[in-house]
Write a protein of this length. Structure first.
Length: 275
């Protein structure tokens, strides 16, 4: 069915106040039977619920996720009448720092209280901030709540983050059934002037434990906090994107098995031999 609809066209990807261009209303033709630029599932959004919704449709047969192991304040599942997408709460909710009675406590390098090969899907949203528990910002709260906040929303030292990512990706692989889906949210981060490529690292961990990197969605932010602290000259781009990886526990690989560890090794050896 073809129909003319009025649609807001965002003219620029940059939506920060300094770059923003007024959206313009345009008439576009939408054919509901065919994929087009209006209705196709895109790998980019400003709304993390839209990304989770699209992952549910593409990779979870439209079903809710079974487990969230970093459930925290359950922000992914907050219901709103006005929201375009509402994500149902998973059956199993865990966190190292549970913020509600519904959420079961787990240990930072512990096991999920689930059997091997027992669930179809899991959501993981680990911290990506590197900061000591007694950082100046943490000390500001007399009751110590900021210290707890830092302890659970940041890693320190940085090796803890790398260790934790490998641990939980490996644990997700254990509990997922064949063809199960792991949704892994992360963001590259800067610490001590060094860029930590957590997006690539989490993908490498996933490949190492046996997952296939099936898809990747980018969540964009319209604004970020800009620290006005000691840094006089900017050294790296401020991150306005995070990623949602979709890792699949596919035991039967499609066509050729594109294991990038092996591929890089083989291609490199070929290249050396050619020289
Ligand atoms: C970015 S928050 C998750 C937010 C959540 N998705 C929501 O919608 O509210 C990161 C979560 O990871 C948990 N966490 C911190 N350190 C962890 C660790 N070492 N292992 C597992 N989870 C950890 C924190 O308790 C926190 O709830």
């Amino acid at each position: 069915m073809r129909k003319k609809v009025k649609k807001l066209i965002q003219l620029s990807l940059f939506n920060d106040s300094e770059f923003s261009i007024q959206p313009k209303v345009e008439e576009v033709v939408v054919d509901n039977n065919k994929l087009n630029n209006s209705n196709v599932i895109k790998n980019i959004s400003y709304d993390q619920k839209e990304i989770l919704w699209n992952i549910m449709q593409l990779y979870n047969q439209g079903r809710p996720f079974d487990c969230d192991m970093t459930a925290s304040k359950l922000k992914f599942y907050e219901y709103s009448k006005k929201a375009k997408y509402n994500i149902p709460e998973p059956k199993y909710l865990f966190d190292v720092f549970p913020q509600s009675d519904k959420i079961k406590k787990i240990e930072p390098l512990g096991k999920l209280p689930l059997e091997d090969n027992s669930i179809d899907s899991i959501v993981i949203d680990l911290p990506f901030v590197i900061s000591p528990p007694n950082a100046p910002s943490a000390k500001s709260d007399k009751k110590g709540s900021m210290i707890i906040f830092n302890r659970f929303y940041a890693y320190y030292p940085v090796d803890e983050m790398y260790r934790s990512y490998m641990h939980w990706i490996s644990e997700a692989y254990r509990v997922l059934k064949e063809n199960g889906t792991c949704v892994f949210k992360t963001q590259s981060t800067i610490s001590g002037g060094v860029q930590h490529n957590t997006e690539e690292y989490s993908y490498m961990c996933a490949q190492k434990v046996g997952f296939t990197g099936e898809d990747k969605f980018y969540l964009q932010a319209k604004a970020r906090l800009i620290s006005s602290g000691k840094i006089k000259q900017q050294q790296h781009a401020r991150k306005y994107t995070s990623v949602f990886w979709v890792f699949k526990k596919t035991l039967k690989k499609k066509n050729k098995n594109f294991n990038y560890f092996d591929l890089v090794e083989n291609m490199y050896n070929e290249e050396i031999n050619r020289q």
